[in-house]
Each structure stands twice: as C-alpha cells, then as structure tokens.
Design a protein around this ligand. Structure first.
Ligand SMILES: [Zn+2]
Length: 389
C-alpha cells in the first residue's frame, strides 16, 4: 500500500536527519512546504535554524504557538528502512520527523481555513536534544514579539496505547543538568606513581559520591537522580601514571529548586574531593533543561480537545517523566503544556536503534493539534496559573 501524503512527508524528513544545531536542510525543506501554503508570515533562522509560519484570523484574539522539533539524535540507523537516514551516525530515533509531519498537516489545515480570530504560529524549533534550541528561539526578538498566550507541544510515547493522550498539570518532564568534572594532577612513570599526582582515587570517590548524593529530607518520592554517564582516567597506556580524569554526570529532578540544590551538592562534592587529593578541579555545566511545567488551564485544554476527538486521556504513570524537554523554556512565555501521545505498548523506545516513528499517529496527532489550537483561540488570554513549586 502506498504511504499516505503525511507518511510520505514524514519519511522524507526521516531521510534528511540532521544533528542538533545543524538542521539546515530540514529547515529549508519545512520552510519550502510552509511557503507553498502562503502563510500570513514566515520567519526563518529563529535561534539557529528555527522556522515559524503564522496563520492569522484577522480579528483580535490570542496567539497560539504549536511546536515541533527539527533535530535528530546521535544514534545510527541500524534497521533496514526504505526511508533510512542518509546521515551517518544520526537518525530520527525520537520521532521528531513525525512531530514535524503532524505540524505541517496542521499548517495545511490552517492555510485552507484561517482561524476565526487570533493567530496560530507553527514553530519548528532547532536543537531540542541539547536543550539549547528553545532558549535560542525565546531569545530571538522576532519570536518574542509574537507574545504567545498559549503554547503546546506533543511527544510520541512508546509504552502506551496508540493515540492515548497523556497529560497532567504541573511537572510533566524532569529538569536536568549535565555536569563535566575535570580533575588535574600530574603524570609520572607508571613505575613511580608517587612522583606524580594521579586522580585515580579521587575519580573513584567522586563517582561514588555523585551516585549517592543524599536526597533532601523532604524529598519523599519526588525525583532526584544522578547518573554517571562517562568517566575517563588518563589515556590508554601501561607506562604512564595518569595526570587527568574526566567524569560526566546527569542530574535530574522534578522541581527546579531541587535541581539547583542537587547541583550545589555535586559542586561541593567535586571541589572537596579534588582538594583532599591536591588536584585542580574544573566544573562545566552543559545541556541544562528546566522542569517542563504544565499550566493547569493549558493542560485542561489538552484534555478537552483530546476527548472531543474521541481519544482516551490518562495521567502518566510517573509523577513526572524522567527525561527532559526544552519545551519547558517556551512554556514559560505564556500558558503552556507538553503532552504525550501513546505510540504503542510494544513500540521500540525513544532513542533505541530499532525505533521508527509510528505513522498511525500522524492523522491522530494532526487532528488533535488542530482542534487544540482552535479551542485555545476561544479562550481569553491571561496570566499563567498554578504554582511552579
Ligand atoms: Zn524528542
């Protein structure tokens, strides 16, 4: 059977896969498709390669932003697909190709029938995976000038029934921060390690300290997690006592205050251990994502639109998903909600090598996002509700 128009578009985007921050061809592809729809405005080069198309109802009303992501992930395509990624070591294993195809279909519907009031912005955001893209888009004056009232994004979620909508008010996805610790001593001959200063023991102590950082006394079952993701001691050799070590860890929490407390604890542990071994210590923070916080009114709109489209709605099993999403940065610009769309109970997991977006979600996702935008346009704009704590 020939793929649907949406599926064929999704597969073309899949083949184009580009890493975060380097989405030039994907952005050009999306911009060309949007331009053909004759939107009321088209912004390119937003915070890097970001693209946004405006569909204006011509009468006053809220501004609703719908977001998809342009980037692929650094996972090789290891399954035989006719639409396989043409970029070595990089493929759409997070389903952003599907999210883009969904948003292009919503744009097509809005182009055919403009909203009755207000305007809808279809935003294709760069560099989601590194956490840099949303902040760069938010910092772009042309995007800030749109002054969004409502912001929505969906993410496909393997492990849940196809088309099930997962949403909750409050913390939806964890905040996280990548910590790179470099410990520096002095190399020596491996026969005379006492003449140098190897970070070997400090490295072991720091790994243990990081993965056992004590939780806050009032943490309860709240998420606080440190995962050591990489460690390196010197370079591979038998004749040299190493003089440098590097440890990478990801810190996660479902509350922004808890995440900053965790960062402070990790910083103190690294500095104290380095000092006690007479080592120099450098700390770099990378890939920092705030908690994705869903505004209660925005989450309620997602539930309503889903029910009206005949979709089952559920709260996620976890208090907040442990993964991070930089949509949290955009959501703060107005009333925002990120929600999940079940991709199938047995569908391969996000970032797994055998993952490919489930095309069955394309019509479901497009109809839902379209409905959601129209619903939000009927709601008066107002200040975001709920506490971020
Ligand atoms: Zn993703």
């Amino acid at each position: 059977m020939a793929p649907s128009r949406q599926a064929s578009l999704r597969r073309q985007l899949h083949a184009l896969a580009e890493p975060s921050g380097a989405e030039a061809a994907t952005a050009a592809f999306v911009a060309a498709r949007l331009e053909a729809l004759r939107p009321d405005g088209l912004l390119t080069g937003l915070g890097g390669h970001g693209v946004a198309a405006l569909f204006d109802g011509g009468r006053p009303g809220p501004t609703v932003v719908l977001r998809a992501e342009l980037d692929a992930v650094a996972v090789p395509e290891s399954i035989p697909l006719r639409h396989a990624s043409r970029t070595p070591g990089c493929s759409h294993k997070c389903g952003h190709d599907g999210h883009m195809a969904i948003l292009l279909e919503v744009a097509r519907r809005l182009a055919r029938a403009r909203p009755a009031c207000g305007r809808v912005v279809a935003l294709f955001q760069p560099a989601e995976e590194t956490g840099a893209g949303a902040a760069a888009v938010a910092a772009d004056d042309r995007f800030a000038a749109l002054r969004p009232d409502w912001l929505f994004a969906l993410h496909n979620l393997p492990g849940y029934d196809v088309g099930r909508v997962l949403v909750r008010p409050g913390a939806f996805a964890a905040g996280s921060a990548g910590l790179r610790v470099t410990l520096r001593g002095r190399t020596a001959h491996a026969a005379h390690p006492e003449q140098g200063r190897s970070p070997d023991r400090a490295m072991g102590e720091l790994i243990t300290a990081l993965v056992t950082l004590p939780p806050r006394p009032d943490a309860g079952d709240a998420l606080e997690l440190v995962t050591v993701t990489h460690a390196r001691l010197g370079d591979p050799a038998f004749g040299i006592a190493p003089g440098e070590a590097e440890i990478l860890a990801t810190l996660r929490a479902d509350d922004d205050d808890a995440l900053s407390a965790l960062r402070k604890q990790a910083t103190t542990a690294a500095r104290d251990i380095a000092r006690s071994h007479g080592l120099r210590c450098r700390l770099d923070w990378e890939e920092v994502f705030p908690v994705t916080w869903n505004d209660p009114a925005a989450a309620a709109l997602v539930r309503r639109a889903a029910r009206e489209n005949g979709l089952a709605v559920a709260r996620p099993r976890e208090s907040a998903f442990r993964w991070s999403e930089d949509f949290g940065v955009l959501a703060r610009l107005g009333r925002g909600a990120l929600f999940g769309l079940g991709a199938g109970r047995r569908h391969p997991g996000l970032h797994a090598e055998d993952y490919d977006f489930n095309d069955a979600l394309l019509p479901v996702g497009a109809a839902l996002m379209h409905r959601l935008a129209l619903e939000a346009l009927q709601e008066p704009a107002g200040s975001p509700g709920g506490s971020r704590r």
